[in-house]
Design a binder for this molecule. Structure first.
Ligand code: AMP
Length: 535
């Protein structure tokens, strides 16, 4: 085959979005914007301010906050080693020699950790690389493959160099955030927000990353809208009336739940079901877990392998089981609500009362334990219509003590995260995703004079808030009207020589084909009135 022919056949690689990620495109993005705008509006009415935290953080932060035993941390995080500027990525198209030299120079400058272990790792790397370089020299000029011994030696040193390169710790382990509560708590500590008026009420929107098996409503890059209420525990709190504190916390929980429900209501989300539960505290939960374990051991043989394993690792998770064959057994297990300590029971009763005062309809679900380690007392989950098996649109709960676990002062917390992808899916499925509006006005112009007028008209209409399509080339009026129709425009503004010289512009209403002439100020007034009528 000639070189030319080979080149012709070589097709450029077709890139696609990575599995579990997707492009959000118009017109759907208009709905995403509406949802986010509504969140900004509703949350502001509850006194929440927006926080924007980084997309990646130290892996340790998530391990500590979310819990090392959770699926999120142990299996699902996108983690990578940070490295100083100037050290090339060995997995990319890197010259090995350049890489080794860069690592040596970075450790001298202490840009990578200058620890004894690292110093030794870098020395070994240098030695392996020198062996590799010598072996590669030996191979010249006939760089042939096959069973040639020299080639084997060369290849072995190449592997060894890469192997030892992996032993140098270039920097911290970082992870793409799988959720944002940990970051918000980190930020609360870092910025000393405990000295602000308490509680601190924050909300966020943005992408999260988890390496899950993609399916409808489950993605590897997905979006959450969440909120957190953080409140420093006053040093004299112990002296305060404990009953008062419990009632205050329960009121905060209920208001946070009321806020999510108000948001969903505003969006007209259909089939909304709020489930609540209390999972106790560090005092009473371990006792319940032990009781549950003992009961589960009695019926171990009747459970599937996953639940059998969880009896040891995390008996609460057995309650999550969706296995048909286990449902009968789970129904006979003791309920945590009957084993809460006095404070937790009072707190739970108060949350329910506060929800009732706010007219928030809930269902108690004693099996709602949620997967994250940090929850205490209140947990809740909200499901919506049209989502199949992945029907949870929101999960949340109280997490007193999490800030302390991350090295901060004693702090109480409650928050939630809404799965925005699922929220959007549900709105679409139930027909509550109003279609994106087309353009307001399409300007059909003809002739150079009309073009100048059209440019000015577009500027004035846009300034008045109308969406305007101004075609860059002149078109026959018939074609222009067809184009206006395709774009879903409400009106076509027709500007030809006659219109410009008369100072009377023709406005065609595309829905009924009616047509009328207006002076420029009258036209703007007419469009304004029509817009006010239709909104
Ligand atoms: P979590 O942070 O696990 O409590 O999840 C809160 C909400 O985020 C869930 O109720 C879902 O709506 C949403 N969510 C969690 N994981 C995913 C995912 N992989 N894809 C889409 N949405 C998700």
């Amino acid at each position: 085959m000639s070189e030319g022919a080979a080149k012709k056949e070589e097709k450029p690689r077709k890139f696609q979005a990575i599995r579990g990620t997707r492009d959000l495109l118009p017109p759907e993005t208009a709905l995403w914007n509406r949802v986010e705008r509504t969140a900004h509006e509703v949350f502001a009415t509850f006194g929440f301010g927006e926080i924007r935290v980084p997309i990646f953080e130290s892996t340790d932060l998530f391990a500590r906050a979310v819990g090392g035993d959770t699926d999120i941390v142990s299996k699902e995080m996108y983690t990578f080693e940070d490295r100083p500027v100037g050290i090339p990525d060995l997995t990319a198209f890197t010259d090995l020699g350049e890489y080794v030299a860069a690592v040596e120079s970075a450790i001298r400058r202490e840009e990578i950790p200058n620890t004894p272990v690292n110093r030794e790792a870098v020395q070994t790397l240098r030695k392996k690389f020198d062996d590799y370089a010598a072996a590669s020299e030996q191979l010249k000029p006939g760089f042939s493959q096959g069973s040639d011994k020299k080639f084997e030696t060369y290849r072995s040193f190449w592997y060894q160099t890469h192997f030892f390169a992996g032993h140098v710790q270039l920097g911290d382990l970082l992870s793409l955030r799988p959720e944002a509560t940990a970051s918000v708590c980190r930020s609360y500590i870092e910025h000393g927000m405990n000295s602000l008026p308490q509680p601190v009420k924050l909300y966020y929107t943005g992408p999260m990353f988890r390496r899950e098996r993609p399916q409808k409503g489950r993605y590897r890059q997905f979006y959450q809208i969440g909120a957190e209420v953080l409140e420093a525990v006053r040093p004299d709190a112990a002296k305060q009336d404990a009953a008062k504190e419990i009632k205050k916390d329960a009121t905060v929980d209920a208001e946070v739940i009321e806020m999510v429900m108000t948001f969903f209501d505003r969006l007209e989300l259909q089939g909304v079901q709020l489930d609540i539960n209390s999972i106790g505290c560090r005092e009473c939960r371990p006792k319940y877990v032990e009781l549950l374990r003992a009961e589960l051991l009695k019926v171990k043989d009747k459970l599937g392998p996953d639940s059998q394993r969880r009896i040891e690792t995390n008996p609460l998770r057995v309650l999550d089981s969706k296995l048909e064959s286990e449902q009968g057994i789970i129904a006979t297990l003791p309920h945590i609500a009957d084993h809460l300590c006095e404070e937790c029971a009072a707190h739970y009763a108060s949350v329910k009362h506060q929800l009732e005062m706010r007219g928030v309809i809930y269902r108690e679900n004693w099996r709602l334990v949620r997967g994250l380690d940090y929850y205490v007392r209140t947990t809740f989950e909200i499901t919506a219509q049209g989502l199949g098996s992945q029907n949870a649109v929101c999960g949340g709960g109280r997490y007193d003590g999490l800030v302390e676990l991350l090295g901060g002062p004693p702090t109480k917390g409650i928050g939630f995260a809404i799965g925005e992808d699922r929220l959007i899916l549900s709105l679409q499925e139930s027909g509550k995703a109003s279609a994106q509006k087309g353009r307001d006005v399409y300007i059909a112009w003809m002739g150079e004079r009309a073009h100048a007028t059209a440019i000015r008209a577009a500027k004035d209409l846009r300034k008045a808030g109308f969406s305007v399509e101004l075609p860059p080339v002149e078109q026959k009026f018939g074609k222009a009207l067809g184009q206006a129709d395709k774009l879903g425009a409400k009106y076509a503004l027709i500007l030809g020589d006659n219109e410009v010289s008369e100072g009377l512009w023709t406005l065609k209403t595309l829905a009924d084909g009616s047509q009328a002439k207006y002076t420029e100020p009258d036209l703007l007034e007419h469009l304004r009135k029509q817009k006010a009528l239709s909104s």
